[in-house]
Design a binder for this molecule. Structure first.
Ligand code: TRP
Ligand code: SF4
Length: 329
């Protein structure tokens, strides 16, 4: 059998994972585990690029997110799960790549331009924030990853990574680094309770770690078809976020039934939500059970982080031997 292609992706530890993260990224990673040699990591240094003033929760969130990964089905037997800051070689490669990366490549990065404008409450005029894509490039190419499963928002970063890898290979006359491809993950259509994009910072998210009671009360707060004022008004499931959730978590009969009865005003939104909440809670049950196990066995999680980070570090160290030889330093 031909060797599996290697993929790598990471998440910044900004909080517990929600349904948007699950359907937008994590579910894909879980599926890719059999097909690829997978490296998944927590980008805790990247969290510092914007949250350098408020670092108190980064290490807790690192553990939380790893626990979410394990609970949802990432397997330490199949994939290498690790923490960026444990692999000091990422920092060494970041430094070396910074020597060969033209500043205009970074200044024209659309993500950079957008965030500088949008995030007004933090001072992002730092060297580290401008260099975000260089660190990301180091993360990716230090493992010689062939593919990077990410959402569209990260495509510019993968593109810069390719340019940096190409430039390194050209300048030092070797092909230490393959040029990684972005593997596009379809972004989750799941909206938050308020129908905006689901996000922890919007306070509209349903977390994988929410209790059944939490899930029920959040579902209860969800905005439905905004045109439907009374129970006697017919509704339109096509514009209703609760119905989107039904399509993910309910069985085909329920979906057909709810859809028909909504249009004919034979079901009210409260009853409809109750049915959906039941299915969502059932969907989350196995995740919650696994989480309870990992919470009761913190040493297991620590072990998984240690083992994965040691394995990643071995690979990174080997690449750095080649890098130093290529640069002759
Ligand atoms: N920038 C990515 C994000 O915000 C996180 C990340 C850091 C990453 N390093 C990476 C993703 C390397 C893929 C590969 O989502
Ligand atoms: Fe949405 Fe259900 Fe209410 Fe119809 S009945 S508007 S699908 S919550």
């Amino acid at each position: 059998m031909a060797e599996k292609k290697r993929i790598l992706s990471g998440m910044r530890p900004t909080g517990p994972l929600h349904l948007g993260n699950l359907h937008g990224a994590l579910a894909n990673w879980i599926e890719m585990q059999d097909q690829y040699d997978c490296f998944f990591f927590i980008a805790d240094w990247h969290a510092l690029t914007s949250d350098y003033e408020d670092t108190g929760s980064i290490s807790n969130y690192t553990r939380e997110v790893i626990t979410d990964w394990l609970s949802a089905g990432l397997s330490p037997e199949k994939s290498t799960l690790f923490v960026q800051s444990r692999i000091k070689e990422h920092a060494e490669l970041f430094l070396l790549l910074s020597m060969i990366t033209p500043v205009p490549w970074l200044e024209r990065n659309p993500t950079y331009k957008e965030q500088i404008l949008q995030i007004a409450n933090k001072d992002l005029s730092t060297f580290g924030f401008l260099g975000y894509p260089v660190l990301q490039a180091a993360d990716i190419i230090i493992y010689k990853a062939n593919g990077v499963p990410v959402g569209v928002d990260q495509v510019p970063h993968v593109e810069i990574t390719r340019e940096i890898a190409r430039r390194f290979n050209y300048l030092y006359g070797t092909t230490v680094f393959p040029e990684p491809e972005a593997i596009l993950t379809e972004s989750s259509k799941i909206l938050g309770m308020d129908r905006r994009k689901m996000s922890k910072s919007y306070n509209n998210a349903i977390f994988l770690s929410d209790t059944p009671e939490n899930v029920s009360s959040k579902v209860f707060q969800m905005i439905t078809d905004p045109q439907r004022k009374r129970k006697t008004d017919p509704g339109d499931p096509k514009v209703c976020n609760v119905f989107e959730f039904h399509q993910l978590y309910s069985d085909p009969e329920t979906i057909a039934d709810v859809s028909g009865k909504c249009r004919s005003a034979d079901i009210g939104c409260v009853a409809c939500k109750k049915i959906m909440a039941g299915h969502l809670i059932r969907f989350l049950e196995p995740i919650r059970e696994k989480r309870a196990y990992y919470e009761a066995h913190p040493d297991v999680v620590t072990d998984i982080m240690n083992t994965g980070s040691a394995k990643a570090r071995g690979v990174a160290q080997q690449t750095m031997e080649e890098v130093r030889a290529a640069i002759r330093i």
